[in-house]
Design a protein around this ligand. Structure first.
Ligand code: ADP
Length: 159
């Protein structure tokens, strides 16, 4: 059976850290659905459509990756799309604590869906969408923190 993972996140914007996780996960899963959602705790900088466009550019030549917008619970999205895995990335112990609680609650709600974590490479531990948004808002050059395929000046934030 096809192994499908959902990689949910706000991806505001998608970074080299996110890209690294997805590329490594391609050796584990047959298909990855990058699910762009709104994070209730964070006000978005780029619109969902802009984020989807940016991410689609990065994986334009990868037929095993789909980029979608989703609302609601990640486990519900997984169940209605035949995905048995939730993919998440880990940078720090703080990420682990945050992810642990979510994964354990998800496990109660959907026992057949497994959360799979990939530890980021050391060079990406400091890469953080919140800091990147601050750099962009302040007129700085954040290009080294996003995948090469994303030309930040082609996109407008704070929409
Ligand atoms: P969310 O708002 O759902 O936390 P993010 O876009 O911030 O969405 O992150 C999505 C996923 O990517 C999370 O699992 C997060 O821990 C992971 N992630 C974020 N930055 C990095 C990075 N630099 N390296 C690896 N994983 C990362």
């Amino acid at each position: 059976m096809k192994k499908t993972a959902v990689f949910p996140g706000s991806f505001d914007p998608f970074t080299v850290g996110h890209e690294g996780i997805v590329i490594r996960a391609l050796s584990i899963f047959d298909e990855i659905i990058i699910a762009v959602g709104a994070n209730a705790l964070k006000k978005s900088f780029y619109s969902v459509e802009t984020r989807k466009k940016m991410i689609s550019k990065v994986f334009i030549n990868e037929p095993r990756i789909r980029v979608v917008h989703f609302e609601g619970l990640t486990v519900d999205y997984c169940l209605s799309n035949g995905a048995k895995f939730i993919l998440r990335g880990l940078r720090t112990a703080a990420d682990f604590e945050f992810e642990r609680a979510i994964a354990q609650v998800n496990k109660v709600m959907a026992p057949d869906v497994e959360s799979v974590f990939i530890l980021t490479i050391p060079e990406h531990s400091h890469v953080n969408s919140t800091i990147i948004r601050d750099i962009i808002r302040s007129g700085g050059d954040a290009s080294r923190f996003v995948p090469k395929a994303i030309r930040l000046k082609d996109y407008k934030g704070d929409e």
